[in-house]
Design a protein around this ligand. Structure first.
Ligand code: SF4
Length: 442
């Protein structure tokens, strides 16, 4: 055996998890099928792997050159080379069709060999009969997940949400639930306003939506950590309505007690009805009408994290973007949330206001962030502006004669803001994250 072959074979060691099988296929090649608390994965000797959720939906195909992530909305994001931060979202569903077709061909063949007993089971954990019992039905579902099935599944997702949910990057494993539709704000850079003004679902409508979401996600909910309330600024609805929304969630799901600040993964992982808390976006002006005690009461009902699309610390730029709020409102809001032990996520929009606002955007954003009582439980997201050539922002900049920043200039702007940040204190510094909106398809 060559050294390379020995390495490949050792990478086919049985992983820990609920069940695993190592197969010697009719072709002479080997494959490992592993079932964990979150996914079914097939590893081939070639270095390829195919990952499915616990409902048998394809989520990821990886090989030594690249990783392709397939969203539930049937879009493909390619990360190339594997592990780099260069990610590209395919513009059409053709790329997803190709990934699903490639995976189903390989997986269906292995499922057939296993069922026909052409493949030898070389090793199994915890035992061959138990592993076959646990893996067999899900492997069959994965083998049936062909292009028509993938497209039908994406249509079910679309019927549930109306459009593809867009979540902050640290909520990629959340269950998205919509308590509201549309948005009351009219920020120039966002297309949520095209979906019309904000409408709040009644408790009955929201409960039905929750039940539909549970039916759609099925067993795959075992891998989902938190609940992300959408759409847009769902946490801005009046307190009485927000209490009703959280009440519905508490009837359907289980949350850790309010006194627990760090929820261990084992508490929710593998449980379809357990989540470590509720998060959502919030308009910062809401805190003008809501005290820390009110927020603390919402925390006891499950609210753990609020996201604020601050975009910039420059008040003039905020007004130009038609963003609700102002620097003082953000300062007051973050202070009030932190006093209630609700963590915050703040987004900074790189490139906002182009060259005209660049210097003030960098200076005032760093100044505002430095003035906030942030700690290790919080995150600042730097998100590059993604300009739709036919959208309102493009028209707005053209009318004002503003030159937009290039990708390189936005990266430079991020570096400049990061370099000016000063955090300290007993409770540590917030996490800083780069957040490409297109890389977060649900
Ligand atoms: S508040 Fe948020 S969702 Fe609403 S229009 Fe502005 S950026 Fe979009």
């Amino acid at each position: 055996m060559t050294a390379a072959a020995a390495t490949r074979t050792s990478s086919l060691a049985l992983p820990s998890g609920r069940a695993a099988l190592r197969l010697h296929l009719a072709s002479g090649r080997r494959a490992v099928i592993a079932l964990s608390a979150t996914e079914l994965c097939l590893h081939l000797e070639s270095g390829e792997s195919f990952h499915y959720d616990l409902e048998g939906r394809l989520l990821k195909v990886a090989d030594p050159q690249r990783t392709r992530l397939r969203s539930l909305s049937h879009q493909v994001l390619t990360i190339q080379p594997a592990g780099s931060s260069t990610a590209r979202l395919a513009p059409t569903h053709d790329a997803s069709d190709a990934v699903v077709a490639e995976a189903v061909e390989r997986v269906a063949l292995i499922a057939h060999e296993l069922q026909a007993r052409w493949a030898d089971v070389e090793a199994a954990k915890p035992s061959k009969p138990r592993s076959l019992e646990l893996i067999g039905p899900l492997l069959q579902r994965a083998a049936n997940f062909d292009v028509p099935a993938a497209r039908r599944d994406a249509e079910r997702l679309h019927a549930l949400y109306g459009h593809t949910p867009s979540l902050p990057s640290d909520q990629h494993d959340a269950l998205a639930l919509y308590a509201t539709e549309g948005c009351r704000a009219e920020c120039t850079f966002c297309d949520a306003r095209r979906r019309g003004p904000s409408r709040l679902r009644t408790a009955g409508q929201f409960r039905q939506h929750v039940l539909d979401a549970v039916a759609y996600h099925g067993d795959a909910l075992r891998a989902r950590r938190s609940i992300f309330l959408g759409e847009s600024s769902a946490l801005s609805v009046p307190v009485a309505e927000l209490r009703d929304i959280l009440g519905v969630l508490r009837e359907e799901f289980e949350f850790p007690p309010a006194r627990v600040t760090r929820v261990p993964t084992r508490w929710w992982l593998g449980h379809a009805t357990r989540f470590d808390g509720v998060a959502g976006f919030m308009d910062p002006t809401v805190a003008e009408r809501r005290t820390a005690a009110r927020f603390a009461a919402l925390r006891t009902l499950g609210l753990r994290r609020a996201y604020i699309g601050m975009e910039t610390g420059d008040g003039e730029l905020m007004r130009w973007l038609r963003k609700p709020g102002n620097p003082d409102a953000i300062r007051h809001c973050v202070k009030t949330l932190k006093a209630a032990r609700i963590s915050v996520g703040l987004t900074v929009l790189l490139g906002a206001g182009g060259r005209k606002f660049a210097a003030a955007h960098e200076r005032e954003t760093a100044r505002l962030l430095n003035a906030l009582p942030l700690d290790r439980d919080d995150t600042i997201f730097f998100s590059p502006l993604d300009i739709d050539a036919d959208g309102g922002y493009a028209m707005h900049t053209m009318a004002a004669g503003i030159e937009c920043l290039t990708d390189a200039q936005m990266r430079e702007q991020e570096r400049a803001i990061r370099a000016a940040l000063r955090f300290g204190g007993r409770r540590g510094a917030p996490a800083l994250a780069h957040y490409e909106v297109e890389a977060l398809v649900y």
